[in-house]
Ligand binder design. Sequence first.
Ligand code: ADP
Ligand code: MG
Length: 705
Amino acid sequence: MSEYYNVADIFGENVFNDAVMQERLPKKVYKKLHEVMDEGKELDLETADVIAHEMKEWAIEKGATHYTHWFQPLTGVTAEKHDSFITAPMPNGKVLMSFSGKELIKGEPDASSFPSGGLRATFEARGYTAWDCTSPAFVRQDAAGATLCIPTAFCSYTGEALDQKTPLLRSMEAINDQSLRLLRLFGNTTSKKVTPSVGPEQEYFIVDREKYLQRKDLIFTGRTLFGAMPPKGQEMDDHYFGAIRERIAAYMNDVNKELWKLGVTAKTQHNEVAPAQHELAPIYAECNVAVDNNQLMMETLKKVAGRHGLQCLLHEKPFAGVNGSGKHNNWSITTDDGINLLEPGATPHENVQFLLVLTCILKAVDEHADLLRASAADVGNDHRLGANEAPPAILSVYLGEQLQDVITQLVSTGAATHSLSGEKLETGVKTLPDFMKDATDRNRTSPFAFTGNKFEFRMVGSQDSVAQPNIVLNTIVAEAFSDACDILEKADDFELAVHDLIKKYATEHQRIIFNGNGYSDEWVEEAAKRGLPNIKSMVDAIPAYVAPQNVAAFEKFNVFTKTELESRVEIEYETYAKTINIEAKTMIDVAGKQIIPSVIGYTTELATSLTAVQTACAEADTSAQKELLVQTSALLAETKAALAKLEEVTEAGGAMEEGREQAAYYRDTVKAAMDALRAPVDKLEMIVDKDMWPMPSYGDLIFEV
Ligand code: ADP
Ligand code: MG
């Protein structure tokens, strides 16, 4: 039975949030901290000492023995190094619990083992973590004890960013500055701060942990490298939004509870399209907090699964043949006094500020489509983007009927005079309420869709951090705002100038708008005609980071230096090659040690039975056994040959120098060899006696949770 509790009572109970700070910190210190958080003032050590002391006292009450700077290096996961609060023993042999301001604001993890892309030579492997006071500290309680976690940025001795948070914070400053410029032009003098709001919807798979442990491919790579399709896949569409089974529901309840305690607003949960696939979405939050919370969400999904005998798979494509998982990054821009710059209002054609914001975003996405694509590039995501399930690899913007109509008016006549409005939804059933439809339907196939008062960037992979896409969005939109402000601030007649500019942007960048079916082949052709990039793989997406127009945008707003970008490019190539290398080696291991021996066992049994039957009865028809034996032996030989080839190319790949060429080799040559090995093995799985197959099947994994 579940235990029942009031969510409001536990929400945020393990977070050192504003309410706790207000209650525990001296008024003066609380005020000073807010000046740092809200206005970007410097934090002095004295204030930090007081905050650290209170934070420690609070954490110890929650059972914390250790603290850690919690940061996001370029490994894709979070990192932490734990220190206990104890001091050296006093003469009487007792210890005190201490935590200083210095320890709160700065850490010095040995950074030599984190990816740096050559930024920080190992001999000066100093890295610093610096407290990000805009994302609240929290206490993580689990079987391993309780730890005070302090969100931090991570940079090198010379100040280069080695993590996701540093550039994210820089990009938030950029969009804040440029949005305020734009708002002032429209006469807004009251808003003081503008922040991107982000709500990432997280998809994931759940499988039984016992079965998971019997699959080396899942253990080492997070996805199945072999596996024949079961008789049933997702064709019946009966899983999407289906009733949630009790075992899964109990797990979700636990996940929610953990997240709520950590102040993460777990809100919406449902079954997704593929069997065993689910989604969890929070309520949107400030970009930086949303990114941290998404990391906590992924961590919690994985951790809690173990307690229920389950395993959470965050990989973008754990199973071939059914949908993979992504993360929809909902993004908007909001002022401190609650104005959403992406809110069109009932009559968008009259909302000049909105139209400028919208056309600036069209310009930004069109000019930096390759960069946005790169921001969603991830080894696992290569299986999704461009396959018929996730958004295509071509970036385009979906506006929907209403906004499309306004843009068409603008482009053709130079002025928009009306907006289509939503009609009444009539079901024809008297007892059902009539309500107004939205003026715009939804489109599920667009990678970048306007959904009411936000854009939904749907390319992001399920296991990737959402930092990168938001860094890019914030930066490119800041650039577009800045370009517009440069023109408008100099205009003699603002009304006229803004009108002209909106028309200009709409006209110049309308090629990026596409409201049709993004999965269709016609779109691929049409996009090519329009000159939109169609970047199919991560390896081809990576160079966008150092394309001149993208470097210029990043440098203009101090989000990344060229050197930082170059280092990231290096890391991405390395990550790609290493990931495929692990997959290839796992295949080699599983095929050699598990599959081939099992198949040999099966053929031996077949042969024995064949001889036995023939001996017992010479007239018996043994053609079926013979045929099976011939077929199995042929597939076995094919497997053995493919295995040898994979071994050869993997070894060659491993010997290559790190960089683009190596990554391309893994994509073109090693992956092809992996496919060639998988093909006969999947056929064998359909033939070999189920009891003799060395691992649980797709059917066992996704239908029997
Ligand atoms: P759907 O699956 O229908 O797109 P969900 O409810 O699953 O919608 O998720 C929508 C996400 O968008 C939620 O995380 C929600 O908080 C977020 N969101 C809603 N409004 C905004 C906004 N103005 N800015 C950013 N995110 C938003
Ligand atoms: Mg959703």
